[in-house]
Design a protein around this ligand. Structure first.
Ligand code: 26Q
Length: 822
């Protein structure tokens, strides 16, 4: 064992030598960004060393491996969480202090890698951390986008998108990544395919294609208190060298450059839409690029470890596809097994169906991935042939279940109406299809995948999402973590269910007071941060009511905004109306082309401004702040400061939600509909510790089916709603020199678009229940002791939402991985 002093000296040495090696400087002459990179490298090198050791154990123990394929990983910053998981946070902070450097200042220099849109990408990142912590061997595979999700600027109330040049900001390479050139491979696009019978069987000829090289960059991920280190492998697209050289030697520099750019554009930028598919050919290229490179790697890695017999692959390999985006991995594995490994169709199909599993994250039909057949065929001719063949055989199988039911089989087919339907492909090839909450799984079984469920009911399961307590409690809320330690010991850090022992402390006046004081501190910390970052002033002694998530009509930020407008109007016009002072905080990015979503952002900002200009007696009660550029780093500051968590989607639409779990863990009370994982949050915490309102999923389904709701009728009969809606177009929200008329919002609420119902997300029929529930919350908050008891219950009962539980569920029901013995 070495002493703490000796360890500190080692770290100092590592940092100094990194500075010298990387920059030819000493610590006294190095710039802050240089010191930051040197420190990151010191941490990375520790992880790499553990990695070397893990690999050795892996060779001996031969555990099964998981490949988690996802177009998105929303990792957030890595320096702090890696140090936390290495149990070296304090050590580094002290050591750096001796060098005159502040760790938190360095942490703030780190860009937040935004390689994801929201829930699905963040879930993938929580999973990688839990997998490492639980000693499973897993590799996340994604794309090394040069530009992540756009940065949001709010200018004069409206959203503008700025490119997120995160890699540029760290000098072109991310300090935690290691390039693995040995594993580079080629991916082919376009060309022509012919099949020919020869003596050795069918020979497939692919000619005239263009080649893109895939280069992997690996990021090590520390598990909590273990030597097991996880891995995120991100592929970067570059031009194939050969092509380049041909053009250059023939003197055609322009063409060489052009080809380079055409190749590199594939990993240039993440598409910014969530819950809406985009049929661009570049997006399809991204998907094939990721899946082809990954499947090639999986096979060569398998051969390296277990030899050339691929028949037993399912014993050592499993592949999880995170929504349909990486589903081309299915035909790609078929292609390699048949064309390159010489397997027959049936043998190949049996290998494929033994390794793949698919997670669905959405029930919204406009988000279900489909590709135009012509585009697909042109870009991926061989993959197209294979998908057609899978489709033929699958339809044949369906025919025996549903004889004569052509209509139904047509709906279930993979290829139909000139489209390739990726969800159907995934269902056909996967051993398991899972939803991400229990309600969502029920909807998959009973509604959107009903016909498939009847044929193969065992395939369809529900595994409720989770979040990593390391980032979302220990790192983001160290004070609350310390209080839990003091009350119940540290066991909860390894088993989050132990937090339930905090239930008893609800009657401990000193504990209740400390819990409340920590919430107050976190609110003050957030207020300082916000003032510094955005210049907005909020009062930590008001209720912090937060809705932070992507902007989408189904998430109903509009319901929240209309309610604030209602409060403002009441305060202005009704002198007898009173309320506890409340600060409403929003964080939300709208996809650039989603125009109504952008209008809703604008509406929120206009209401905020209107309130800021109101008389003091109103401003004392109400404040609205729209947080610019909501991302993982903002979430870490915001979530621990929240009193009321808004989870108010139209019931049946939000597959799970994961923000809801983060807020609960940090002691916020939820106001929510019975949607997604809110249902399970409500069960865990009990009806007395949550505010549930509104239509249920059954009721909304009935409305959609029967079209039995008329917004116009509500407008006609309910004068309060009518008054609010008229507000939007009346000019009452105008400001000097600005006409703020929200006729597009008014229009969708009252008349709908493209054949959808008017008010398709049922904002108006839920309004009264929402308003009344908000009023109850406002009252209840007045009794601080009672409120804090409810908050404690939320933290205490959030154990089942640890992503450790989620991963163990996946493992028991789908993956069957063995833990690495360390
Ligand atoms: C697909 C094709 C083309 C272009 C874009 C897309 C695309 C990209 C991202 C479609 C969907 C997404 C992201 C979906 C998402 O984040 N879903 C959320 O997943 C969470 C994790 O399971 C759930 O908690 C949320 O309820 C769900 O909305």
């Amino acid at each position: 064992m070495i002493t703490k002093r000796e360890r500190k000296e080692q770290i100092i040495q590592d940092i100094k030598s990194n500075i010298s090696r990387l920059y030819g400087r000493t610590i006294d002459t190095a710039s802050k960004p240089q010191i930051y990179v040197a420190v990151c490298h010191a941490v990375r090198d520790e992880l790499m060393e553990k990695w070397t050791y893990d690999k050795q154990l892996e060779l001996e123990q031969k555990p099964k491996r998981l490949y988690y394929l996802s177009v998105e990983f929303l990792q957030g910053r890595a320096l702090g969480t890696n140090l936390l998981n290495l149990d070296e946070m304090e050590l580094y902070a002290e050591t750096l202090e001796e060098l005159g450097v502040s760790l938190s200042e360095l942490e703030d220099m780190e860009p937040d890698p935004g390689l994801g849109n929201g829930g699905l990408g963040r879930l993938a990142s929580c999973f990688l951390e839990s997998l490492a912590t639980l000693n499973y061997r897993a590799i996340g595979c994604g794309i090394r986008f040069e530009y992540g999700l756009f940065r949001q600027k709010i200018i004069d109330g409206s959203q503008f998108e700025i490119p997120d040049a995160w890699l540029d900001e760290c000098g072109g390479s991310y300090p935690f990544e290691v390039v693995m050139r040995d594993d580079a491979c080629d991916v082919r696009f376009g060309g022509t395919v012919t099949e020919e019978w020869s003596e050795s069987g069918l020979v497939v000829n692919h000619t005239g294609y263009s080649t893109v090289q895939a280069i992997p960059y690996d990021i090590p991920i520390a598990g909590y208190q273990t030597d097991n280190v996880g891995r995120l492998r991100l592929w970067r697209a570059v031009a194939a060298k050969r092509l380049d050289m041909d053009s250059i030697s023939s003197g055609n520099y322009a063409r060489a450059t052009e080809e380079r750019e055409l190749a590199e554009v594939i990993s240039k930028v993440l598409y910014p839409n969530e819950s809406h598919r985009e049929g661009k050919s570049l997006r399809l290229k991204q998907h094939y690029f990721l899946t082809s490179a990954t499947v090639q790697y999986i096979i060569s890695d398998y051969k390296r470890r277990f030899g050339h017999d691929l028949r037993k692959m399912e014993e050592k390999v499993c592949i999880q596809i995170n929504d349909t985006h990486p589903s081309l991995a299915i035909p790609e594995l078929m292609r390699i097994l048949i064309d390159e490994e010489g397997k027959g169709w049936d043998e190949a199909w049996s290998i494929v169906t033994g390794v793949f599993n698919y997670t669905n994250h959405t029930v919204m039909s406009e988000a279900l991935e489909r590709w135009p057949e012509e585009l697909f065929k042109e870009l991926l001719p061989r993959i197209y042939m294979i998908v057609k063949a899978i489709n033929d055989k699958y339809c044949e199988k369906l025919w025996s279940y549903y004889p004569g039911q052509w209509e139904r089989i047509g709906q279930m087919a993979i290829v139909g109406y000139n489209q390739i339907r990726m969800a159907n492909l995934c269902i056909a090839a996967s051993a398991h299809v899972n939803g991400v909450s229990q309600l969502h799984a029920d909807i998959l079984r009973q509604d959107i995948f009903r016909d498939f469920f009847i044929v193969e009911p065992w395939k369809f399961i529900g595994i409720t999402n989770g979040i990593t307590p390391r980032r979302w409690l220990m790192y983001a809320n160290p004070k609350l973590a310390a209080l839990a330690d003091k009350a119940i010991g540290q066991g909860w850090r390894r088993d989050l269910n132990e937090l339930s022992r905090l239930m008893d402390f609800r009657d401990d006046a000193a504990f209740v007071e400390e819990f409340a004081a920590i919430k107050r501190d976190n609110k003050a910390r957030f207020a300082d941060w916000l003032a510094q970052k955005q210049g907005a002033i909020v009062d930590p002694d008001t209720i912090f009511d937060v809705q932070a998530k992507r902007l989408h009509e189904y998430k109903r930020q509009l319901l929240n905004a209309l309610h604030i407008l209602y409060l403002y109007d009441r305060l202005m016009t009704d002198p007898s109306f009173d309320m506890q002072p409340t600060t409403f905080l929003f964080g939300a990015k709208a996809s650039a082309a989603y125009s109504i979503a952008k209008s809703i952002i604008r509406l929120i900002n206009v209401i905020a401004r209107k309130i800021d200009e109101a008389p003091p007696r109103i401003k004392e009660k109400l404040k609205v702040v729209f947080l610019e550029n909501y991302n993982v780093t903002t979430a870490e500051m915001l979530i621990p400061a929240c009193d009321v968590s808004e989870q108010i989607s139209t019931a049946g639409k939000e597959a799970s939600g994961t923000g809801n779990m983060k807020f609960m863990l940090n002691g916020a009370l939820t106001i929510g509909t019975l949607d997604g994982a809110n249902v399970e949050i409500s069960q865990a915490v009990g009806p007395d510790n949550i505010y549930i309102f509104g239509l249920t999923a059954d009721q909304t389904a009935e409305i959609y089916k029967e079209r039995s709701y008329s917004a116009g009728q509500l407008y006609g009969t309910q004068s309060e709603l009518r008054h609010l809606l008229d507000y939007l177009i009346s000019g009452a929200l105008n400001e000097p020199d600005r006409d703020n008329v929200f006729s597009d919002i008014y229009q969708t609420l009252l008349f709908g678009e493209n054949g959808d119902l008017a008010d398709n997300y049922l904002v108006l029929p839920d309004f009264a229940a929402y308003r009344d529930t908000q009023a109850r919350i406002n009252q209840d908050y007045g009794d601080q002791a009672a409120w804090t008891k409810m908050a404690i219950a939320n933290t205490a009962m959030s154990g089942i939402f640890s992503s450790d539980r989620t991963i163990e569920d996946y493992n028991k029901r789908i993956w069957h991985l063995d833990k690495l013995r360390i």
